[in-house]
Ligand binder design. Structure first.
Ligand code: TRH
Length: 386
Protein backbone atom coordinates (compact mmCIF):
# COMPACT_ATOMS: atom_id res chain seq x y z
CA UNK A 1 0.00 0.00 0.00
CA UNK A 2 1.44 3.45 -0.85
CA UNK A 3 2.34 5.55 2.19
CA UNK A 4 -0.57 7.72 3.22
CA UNK A 5 -0.07 11.41 2.71
CA UNK A 6 -0.81 13.38 5.88
CA UNK A 7 -0.83 17.00 7.00
CA UNK A 8 -0.01 18.25 10.48
CA UNK A 9 -0.97 20.85 13.06
CA UNK A 10 1.39 21.03 16.02
CA UNK A 11 0.47 23.10 19.10
CA UNK A 12 3.25 24.27 21.37
CA UNK A 13 2.89 26.28 24.54
CA UNK A 14 6.19 27.44 25.97
CA UNK A 15 5.94 26.76 29.72
CA UNK A 16 9.51 27.58 30.66
CA UNK A 17 12.99 26.88 29.33
CA UNK A 18 13.49 25.53 25.84
CA UNK A 19 12.30 21.93 25.99
CA UNK A 20 8.76 22.45 24.71
CA UNK A 21 9.71 24.48 21.68
CA UNK A 22 12.94 22.50 21.22
CA UNK A 23 11.00 19.26 20.75
CA UNK A 24 8.20 20.82 18.66
CA UNK A 25 10.53 22.64 16.29
CA UNK A 26 12.65 19.54 15.80
CA UNK A 27 9.60 17.40 15.06
CA UNK A 28 8.01 19.98 12.73
CA UNK A 29 11.18 20.34 10.68
CA UNK A 30 11.69 16.61 10.44
CA UNK A 31 8.12 16.10 9.19
CA UNK A 32 8.53 18.81 6.56
CA UNK A 33 11.98 17.62 5.53
CA UNK A 34 11.57 13.86 5.48
CA UNK A 35 7.88 13.49 4.63
CA UNK A 36 7.44 16.69 2.63
CA UNK A 37 3.98 17.14 4.07
CA UNK A 38 2.25 20.37 5.12
CA UNK A 39 3.17 21.26 8.70
CA UNK A 40 1.66 24.16 10.62
CA UNK A 41 3.27 24.96 13.97
CA UNK A 42 1.33 27.07 16.49
CA UNK A 43 3.55 28.67 19.14
CA UNK A 44 2.40 31.00 21.90
CA UNK A 45 5.82 32.53 22.67
CA UNK A 46 7.75 33.46 19.56
CA UNK A 47 10.34 35.39 21.59
CA UNK A 48 11.43 32.17 23.34
CA UNK A 49 11.35 30.38 19.97
CA UNK A 50 13.57 33.09 18.43
CA UNK A 51 16.31 32.36 20.98
CA UNK A 52 16.43 28.80 19.72
CA UNK A 53 15.99 29.67 16.05
CA UNK A 54 17.79 32.85 15.03
CA UNK A 55 16.12 33.05 11.62
CA UNK A 56 12.69 33.43 13.20
CA UNK A 57 11.19 36.92 13.19
CA UNK A 58 9.36 37.14 16.54
CA UNK A 59 7.45 40.24 15.43
CA UNK A 60 5.62 38.39 12.64
CA UNK A 61 2.45 36.42 13.30
CA UNK A 62 3.01 34.07 10.36
CA UNK A 63 6.10 32.89 8.54
CA UNK A 64 7.58 29.99 6.62
CA UNK A 65 10.83 28.42 7.76
CA UNK A 66 12.38 25.16 6.54
CA UNK A 67 9.05 24.18 4.97
CA UNK A 68 7.16 24.69 8.24
CA UNK A 69 4.37 27.25 8.41
CA UNK A 70 4.77 28.93 11.80
CA UNK A 71 1.85 30.79 13.25
CA UNK A 72 1.58 32.75 16.50
CA UNK A 73 -0.91 31.03 18.80
CA UNK A 74 -2.95 33.87 20.22
CA UNK A 75 -6.54 34.88 20.96
CA UNK A 76 -8.77 35.29 19.11
CA UNK A 77 -7.92 32.07 17.32
CA UNK A 78 -8.44 32.32 13.55
CA UNK A 79 -11.04 30.17 11.77
CA UNK A 80 -8.88 27.55 10.03
CA UNK A 81 -9.39 24.04 8.69
CA UNK A 82 -7.57 21.57 10.95
CA UNK A 83 -4.99 19.36 9.26
CA UNK A 84 -5.31 15.56 9.14
CA UNK A 85 -3.22 15.09 12.29
CA UNK A 86 -3.29 17.41 15.29
CA UNK A 87 -0.48 17.10 17.81
CA UNK A 88 -0.71 18.94 21.07
CA UNK A 89 2.64 18.89 22.76
CA UNK A 90 2.69 18.15 26.47
CA UNK A 91 -1.08 18.53 27.05
CA UNK A 92 -1.14 22.18 26.00
CA UNK A 93 -4.89 22.24 25.18
CA UNK A 94 -5.69 23.49 21.67
CA UNK A 95 -8.32 26.27 21.65
CA UNK A 96 -12.03 25.35 21.96
CA UNK A 97 -12.87 26.81 18.53
CA UNK A 98 -10.22 24.65 16.93
CA UNK A 99 -11.51 21.52 18.71
CA UNK A 100 -15.00 22.34 17.45
CA UNK A 101 -13.61 22.60 13.90
CA UNK A 102 -11.91 19.23 14.39
CA UNK A 103 -15.17 17.66 15.56
CA UNK A 104 -16.95 19.01 12.47
CA UNK A 105 -14.57 17.24 10.07
CA UNK A 106 -15.35 13.81 8.53
CA UNK A 107 -13.32 11.91 9.46
CA UNK A 108 -12.06 14.09 12.31
CA UNK A 109 -8.30 14.62 12.52
CA UNK A 110 -6.19 12.12 14.42
CA UNK A 111 -5.66 13.92 17.72
CA UNK A 112 -2.46 13.10 19.57
CA UNK A 113 -1.08 14.35 22.84
CA UNK A 114 2.68 14.04 22.69
CA UNK A 115 3.75 13.28 26.24
CA UNK A 116 6.95 13.92 28.16
CA UNK A 117 9.74 11.38 27.94
CA UNK A 118 10.14 8.89 30.75
CA UNK A 119 11.89 5.55 31.07
CA UNK A 120 9.38 4.29 33.65
CA UNK A 121 7.80 0.89 32.97
CA UNK A 122 4.16 2.13 33.08
CA UNK A 123 4.75 4.16 29.92
CA UNK A 124 4.50 1.04 27.73
CA UNK A 125 1.00 0.31 29.08
CA UNK A 126 -0.27 3.84 28.42
CA UNK A 127 1.39 4.51 25.06
CA UNK A 128 -1.13 4.95 22.22
CA UNK A 129 -4.20 4.65 24.47
CA UNK A 130 -7.22 6.69 23.45
CA UNK A 131 -9.63 8.69 25.53
CA UNK A 132 -13.01 10.03 24.36
CA UNK A 133 -13.63 13.75 24.66
CA UNK A 134 -16.39 14.32 27.26
CA UNK A 135 -18.60 16.32 24.84
CA UNK A 136 -17.21 16.24 21.30
CA UNK A 137 -17.00 13.21 18.96
CA UNK A 138 -13.21 13.18 19.23
CA UNK A 139 -10.66 10.73 20.60
CA UNK A 140 -7.49 11.96 22.19
CA UNK A 141 -4.50 9.60 21.90
CA UNK A 142 -1.60 9.58 24.35
CA UNK A 143 1.68 9.15 22.57
CA UNK A 144 4.71 8.47 24.74
CA UNK A 145 8.28 8.82 23.56
CA UNK A 146 10.47 6.20 25.14
CA UNK A 147 13.36 3.79 25.11
CA UNK A 148 11.63 0.52 24.24
CA UNK A 149 9.84 -0.94 21.21
CA UNK A 150 6.49 -0.63 22.99
CA UNK A 151 6.79 3.18 23.16
CA UNK A 152 6.94 5.91 20.52
CA UNK A 153 10.75 6.02 20.41
CA UNK A 154 12.93 9.14 20.29
CA UNK A 155 13.29 11.97 17.81
CA UNK A 156 16.13 11.13 15.43
CA UNK A 157 16.50 12.70 12.01
CA UNK A 158 17.29 10.21 9.22
CA UNK A 159 20.78 11.62 8.58
CA UNK A 160 21.70 12.39 12.20
CA UNK A 161 23.90 9.43 13.07
CA UNK A 162 25.75 9.44 9.76
CA UNK A 163 26.47 13.17 10.20
CA UNK A 164 27.68 12.49 13.75
CA UNK A 165 30.01 9.73 12.58
CA UNK A 166 31.52 11.89 9.85
CA UNK A 167 32.07 14.72 12.31
CA UNK A 168 33.53 12.52 15.05
CA UNK A 169 35.95 10.75 12.73
CA UNK A 170 37.18 13.88 10.91
CA UNK A 171 39.60 15.85 13.04
CA UNK A 172 39.62 18.62 10.45
CA UNK A 173 35.87 19.13 10.62
CA UNK A 174 36.01 19.29 14.39
CA UNK A 175 38.92 21.73 14.42
CA UNK A 176 37.18 23.97 11.94
CA UNK A 177 34.00 23.96 13.96
CA UNK A 178 35.77 24.57 17.28
CA UNK A 179 37.73 27.45 15.73
CA UNK A 180 34.47 28.99 14.51
CA UNK A 181 33.19 28.63 18.08
CA UNK A 182 36.18 30.73 19.19
CA UNK A 183 38.53 28.07 20.64
CA UNK A 184 42.19 28.76 19.87
CA UNK A 185 44.70 26.03 19.00
CA UNK A 186 45.84 25.64 22.61
CA UNK A 187 42.28 25.37 23.92
CA UNK A 188 41.51 22.75 21.30
CA UNK A 189 44.17 20.47 22.76
CA UNK A 190 42.40 20.35 26.16
CA UNK A 191 39.89 17.67 27.12
CA UNK A 192 36.42 19.14 26.62
CA UNK A 193 33.26 18.98 28.72
CA UNK A 194 30.01 20.79 27.91
CA UNK A 195 27.78 22.10 30.67
CA UNK A 196 24.00 22.55 30.33
CA UNK A 197 22.07 22.24 33.61
CA UNK A 198 19.53 23.87 35.88
CA UNK A 199 20.57 25.83 38.96
CA UNK A 200 22.53 23.26 40.89
CA UNK A 201 24.07 23.86 44.33
CA UNK A 202 26.72 21.26 43.53
CA UNK A 203 28.19 23.13 40.59
CA UNK A 204 30.36 25.53 42.63
CA UNK A 205 32.06 22.62 44.42
CA UNK A 206 32.68 20.84 41.15
CA UNK A 207 34.10 23.97 39.51
CA UNK A 208 36.44 24.43 42.48
CA UNK A 209 37.52 20.81 42.16
CA UNK A 210 38.12 21.09 38.41
CA UNK A 211 40.22 24.20 38.92
CA UNK A 212 42.53 22.13 41.14
CA UNK A 213 42.51 18.90 39.09
CA UNK A 214 43.88 18.22 35.57
CA UNK A 215 43.59 20.69 32.68
CA UNK A 216 40.03 20.80 31.39
CA UNK A 217 38.08 23.04 29.04
CA UNK A 218 34.50 23.63 30.16
CA UNK A 219 32.15 24.86 27.43
CA UNK A 220 29.38 26.60 29.33
CA UNK A 221 25.92 26.88 27.74
CA UNK A 222 24.15 30.20 27.73
CA UNK A 223 21.47 30.94 30.32
CA UNK A 224 21.41 29.34 33.77
CA UNK A 225 24.79 27.55 33.50
CA UNK A 226 26.59 30.68 32.30
CA UNK A 227 25.04 32.79 35.07
CA UNK A 228 25.98 30.20 37.70
CA UNK A 229 29.59 30.15 36.48
CA UNK A 230 29.66 33.99 36.52
CA UNK A 231 28.54 33.87 40.13
CA UNK A 232 31.26 31.38 41.01
CA UNK A 233 33.86 33.48 39.20
CA UNK A 234 32.63 36.63 40.92
CA UNK A 235 32.83 38.51 37.63
CA UNK A 236 30.95 39.05 34.40
CA UNK A 237 31.06 36.06 32.08
CA UNK A 238 29.27 37.15 28.91
CA UNK A 239 29.05 34.85 25.86
CA UNK A 240 32.43 34.73 24.15
CA UNK A 241 34.43 35.06 27.42
CA UNK A 242 37.47 32.85 27.98
CA UNK A 243 38.59 32.67 31.60
CA UNK A 244 41.31 30.62 33.34
CA UNK A 245 40.93 29.46 36.96
CA UNK A 246 43.79 27.19 37.94
CA UNK A 247 43.61 24.16 35.65
CA UNK A 248 40.16 25.04 34.40
CA UNK A 249 39.57 26.89 31.14
CA UNK A 250 36.03 28.27 31.05
CA UNK A 251 34.40 29.35 27.82
CA UNK A 252 31.01 31.08 27.80
CA UNK A 253 29.00 30.05 24.75
CA UNK A 254 26.23 31.99 23.08
CA UNK A 255 22.93 30.15 22.73
CA UNK A 256 23.73 27.89 19.78
CA UNK A 257 21.41 26.89 16.94
CA UNK A 258 20.14 23.34 17.54
CA UNK A 259 22.39 21.87 14.85
CA UNK A 260 25.45 23.49 16.43
CA UNK A 261 24.40 22.29 19.85
CA UNK A 262 24.57 18.76 18.39
CA UNK A 263 28.09 19.41 17.16
CA UNK A 264 29.05 20.66 20.60
CA UNK A 265 27.84 17.37 22.10
CA UNK A 266 29.65 15.38 19.40
CA UNK A 267 32.91 17.21 20.03
CA UNK A 268 33.10 16.86 23.83
CA UNK A 269 34.48 13.94 25.84
CA UNK A 270 31.59 14.26 28.28
CA UNK A 271 28.36 16.27 28.26
CA UNK A 272 26.27 17.60 31.12
CA UNK A 273 22.71 17.87 29.76
CA UNK A 274 19.26 18.47 31.20
CA UNK A 275 15.50 18.25 30.64
CA UNK A 276 14.41 16.22 27.66
CA UNK A 277 15.72 17.25 24.28
CA UNK A 278 19.38 17.90 25.15
CA UNK A 279 19.27 14.66 27.14
CA UNK A 280 18.17 12.75 24.03
CA UNK A 281 20.70 14.52 21.81
CA UNK A 282 23.48 13.57 24.23
CA UNK A 283 22.48 9.92 23.83
CA UNK A 284 22.72 10.25 20.06
CA UNK A 285 26.14 11.90 20.55
CA UNK A 286 27.37 8.53 21.87
CA UNK A 287 29.58 10.15 24.47
CA UNK A 288 29.51 9.80 28.26
CA UNK A 289 26.97 12.12 29.80
CA UNK A 290 25.50 13.36 33.06
CA UNK A 291 21.81 14.22 33.14
CA UNK A 292 20.27 16.95 35.28
CA UNK A 293 16.62 15.94 35.29
CA UNK A 294 13.89 18.62 35.34
CA UNK A 295 13.06 18.94 39.06
CA UNK A 296 9.46 18.19 39.98
CA UNK A 297 7.39 18.64 43.11
CA UNK A 298 7.78 16.05 45.87
CA UNK A 299 10.89 14.71 44.14
CA UNK A 300 8.79 12.86 41.54
CA UNK A 301 11.69 13.32 39.13
CA UNK A 302 13.93 11.05 41.19
CA UNK A 303 11.75 8.07 40.27
CA UNK A 304 12.25 8.93 36.59
CA UNK A 305 15.95 9.32 37.16
CA UNK A 306 16.15 5.85 38.74
CA UNK A 307 14.09 4.36 35.88
CA UNK A 308 16.42 5.75 33.24
CA UNK A 309 19.57 4.82 35.15
CA UNK A 310 18.34 1.24 35.52
CA UNK A 311 18.03 0.95 31.74
CA UNK A 312 21.08 2.98 30.82
CA UNK A 313 23.56 1.23 33.12
CA UNK A 314 22.56 -2.26 31.99
CA UNK A 315 25.61 -3.93 30.46
CA UNK A 316 28.15 -1.86 32.42
CA UNK A 317 30.51 -3.61 34.82
CA UNK A 318 29.39 -3.41 38.45
CA UNK A 319 32.15 -0.89 39.15
CA UNK A 320 31.27 1.38 36.24
CA UNK A 321 27.58 1.13 37.04
CA UNK A 322 28.35 2.32 40.56
CA UNK A 323 30.38 5.23 39.17
CA UNK A 324 27.59 6.40 36.88
CA UNK A 325 24.84 5.83 39.44
CA UNK A 326 26.85 7.54 42.17
CA UNK A 327 27.72 10.63 40.16
CA UNK A 328 24.29 11.13 38.55
CA UNK A 329 22.51 10.68 41.88
CA UNK A 330 24.85 13.09 43.62
CA UNK A 331 24.47 15.68 40.82
CA UNK A 332 20.67 15.48 41.03
CA UNK A 333 20.38 15.24 44.81
CA UNK A 334 22.73 18.12 45.56
CA UNK A 335 25.47 16.08 47.19
CA UNK A 336 28.56 18.11 46.33
CA UNK A 337 30.96 16.02 48.34
CA UNK A 338 29.90 12.82 46.52
CA UNK A 339 30.22 14.58 43.18
CA UNK A 340 33.74 15.73 43.89
CA UNK A 341 34.66 12.30 45.25
CA UNK A 342 33.12 10.55 42.23
CA UNK A 343 34.46 12.75 39.47
CA UNK A 344 38.09 11.44 39.13
CA UNK A 345 36.97 7.82 38.66
CA UNK A 346 34.13 8.83 36.33
CA UNK A 347 36.55 10.84 34.21
CA UNK A 348 39.08 8.02 34.14
CA UNK A 349 36.41 5.57 33.00
CA UNK A 350 35.81 7.76 29.96
CA UNK A 351 36.93 5.28 27.30
CA UNK A 352 34.74 2.47 28.66
CA UNK A 353 31.80 4.79 29.17
CA UNK A 354 32.20 6.07 25.61
CA UNK A 355 32.05 2.49 24.29
CA UNK A 356 28.96 1.93 26.38
CA UNK A 357 27.39 5.18 25.12
CA UNK A 358 28.02 4.07 21.56
CA UNK A 359 26.38 0.69 22.20
CA UNK A 360 23.42 2.42 23.83
CA UNK A 361 23.00 4.76 20.86
CA UNK A 362 23.29 1.85 18.38
CA UNK A 363 20.64 -0.11 20.26
CA UNK A 364 18.24 2.83 20.43
CA UNK A 365 18.73 3.42 16.73
CA UNK A 366 17.30 -0.04 15.98
CA UNK A 367 13.81 1.26 16.78
CA UNK A 368 11.84 3.57 14.48
CA UNK A 369 12.28 7.21 15.42
CA UNK A 370 9.47 9.17 17.04
CA UNK A 371 8.48 11.02 13.87
CA UNK A 372 8.16 7.78 11.91
CA UNK A 373 6.23 6.21 14.78
CA UNK A 374 3.83 9.17 14.89
CA UNK A 375 3.29 9.02 11.13
CA UNK A 376 2.67 5.25 11.20
CA UNK A 377 0.23 5.62 14.09
CA UNK A 378 -1.65 8.50 12.44
CA UNK A 379 -1.81 6.70 9.06
CA UNK A 380 -3.25 3.62 10.71
CA UNK A 381 -5.92 5.66 12.52
CA UNK A 382 -6.78 7.56 9.32
CA UNK A 383 -7.11 4.34 7.36
CA UNK A 384 -9.29 2.79 10.06
CA UNK A 385 -11.53 5.87 9.98
CA UNK A 386 -11.94 5.44 6.22
O1 TRH B 1 15.28 23.79 28.31
P1 TRH B 1 15.01 22.54 29.03
O2 TRH B 1 15.25 22.57 30.45
O3 TRH B 1 13.55 22.05 28.75
C1 TRH B 1 12.71 21.50 29.72
C2 TRH B 1 12.47 20.05 29.59
O4 TRH B 1 12.03 19.71 28.30
C3 TRH B 1 11.46 19.62 30.59
O5 TRH B 1 11.15 18.27 30.43
C4 TRH B 1 10.23 20.44 30.41
O6 TRH B 1 9.31 20.12 31.36
C5 TRH B 1 10.58 21.89 30.52
O7 TRH B 1 11.54 22.21 29.56
C6 TRH B 1 9.40 22.78 30.31
O8 TRH B 1 15.98 21.39 28.42
P2 TRH B 1 15.88 20.58 27.07
O9 TRH B 1 14.69 19.72 27.04
O10 TRH B 1 17.17 19.94 26.91
O11 TRH B 1 15.70 21.68 25.94
C7 TRH B 1 16.74 22.53 25.57
C8 TRH B 1 16.66 22.79 24.08
O12 TRH B 1 17.55 23.84 23.74
C9 TRH B 1 17.07 21.60 23.23
O13 TRH B 1 16.29 21.56 22.06
C10 TRH B 1 18.53 21.90 22.86
C11 TRH B 1 18.44 23.38 22.71
N1 TRH B 1 19.69 24.14 22.85
C12 TRH B 1 20.16 24.79 21.73
O14 TRH B 1 19.57 24.69 20.64
N2 TRH B 1 21.29 25.55 21.84
C13 TRH B 1 21.96 25.68 23.01
O15 TRH B 1 23.00 26.39 23.07
C14 TRH B 1 21.47 24.97 24.15
C15 TRH B 1 22.21 25.05 25.45
C16 TRH B 1 20.33 24.21 24.04
Amino acid sequence: MPAMRLSWDIFCSVIDNFGDIGVCWRLARQLADERAEPVRLWVDDLAAFAQLERRLDATRDEQDLDGVYIQRWQAPFPAVQPQAVVIEAFACNPPADFLAAMAAQRPPPVWINLEYLSAEAWVEGCHALGSRHPRLPLTHHFFFPGFTAKTGGLLREADLLAARDVFQTHQGAQQQWLSALGLDAQEQTLPRVSLFCYDNPVLAELLAHWSRAQPLCLLVADGKPRRAVAEWLGEDFPPGSHVQRGQLRLIALPFLPQSDYDRLLWSCQLNFVRGEDSFVRAQWAARPMVWHIYPQEEDAHLIKLDAFLARYTEGLSTADEALVQGFWQAWNRGDGEACVRGWPALWQAQARLAEHARRWSDELAQAPDLMQALAAFASEKRQAAG
